[in-house]
Ligand binder design. Structure first.
Ligand code: B4P
Length: 189
């Protein structure tokens, strides 16, 4: 978890690689669908370009299908999901139905100024023409309003690991690995 540009996608790939599980990124799935101009992609693109979240029903159904795939049998990492209270409730149901439980929720913390700068750099490098500064600030507001309330949910469950997301990609992943190793060491085997 983390605000837009915190490096969720960047770190998700590294963590999933280390754990040998798939990284399931809702943002990546939406973008792949948008590129292929599927009905899901065309629908999602309107929301993403405006800096808003894709509606919960669409996102939840997509995750439900994805975690039912064979490669998720041995565990998986969710990147950018859940992002709303309703997504937490749906994820809880999905996990319960399949007999799974969450090991940890990793939050990457980064200041809003650094985030907008990173995303402007990415927009420039990757030609994401719709990532204007106005939309990027709106994304930060949407995170504060809709996703920040989730942090206390996972904190209350004793699952939230806060990791400083500032520094090189390697520094941040070392911190994430150290936190994951720490909680694994503390749990009964
Ligand atoms: P995401 O794909 O999740 O993208 P993001 O929040 O913009 O970026 P992320 O945090 O993954 O940062 P990244 O590693 O790319 O979501 C895109 C959109 O999809 C959302 O806005 C929303 O509309 C929709 N969506 C996705 N999930 C949804 C859900 N569950 N419900 C509803 N809607 C949903 O890194 C960003 C940049 O920073 C990159 O350029 C990277 O190179 C750079 N960077 C990374 N780590 C760095 C570091 N340590 N130092 C400097 N730069 C770094």
């Amino acid at each position: 978890m983390g605000p837009p540009g915190a490096g969720k996608g960047t770190q998700a790939k590294l963590i999933a690689g280390r754990l040998g599980v798939p990284a399931i990124s809702t943002g990546d799935i939406f973008r792949a669908n948008a590129r292929d101009e599927t009905p899901l992609g065309v629908d999602a693109k309107r929301f993403i370009d405006a800096g808003d979240y894709v509606p919960d029903e669409v996102t939840n159904a997509m995750v439900r299908d994805r975690i039912a795939e064979d490669d998720a049998d041995g565990g998986f990492l969710l990147d950018g999901y859940p992002r709303t209270v309703s997504q937490v409730q749906e994820l809880d149901k999905m996990l319960e139905e399949r007999g799974y439980s969450l090991d940890a929720a990793v939050l990457l913390t980064v200041s809003a100024e650094e985030l907008v700068q990173r995303l402007l750099n990415r927009a420039h490098a990757e030609g994401r023409v719709d990532d204007t500064e106005e939309v990027l600030w709106h994304r930060q507001d949407v995170f504060r309003e809709q996703t920040e309330p989730l942090l206390s949910v996972y904190e209350d469950r004793g699952l939230l690991l806060r990791v400083d997301g500032i520094g090189s990609v390697e520094d941040v992943s070392s911190r994430v690995f150290a936190e994951l190793d720490r909680v694994q060491g503390e749990r009964p085997s």
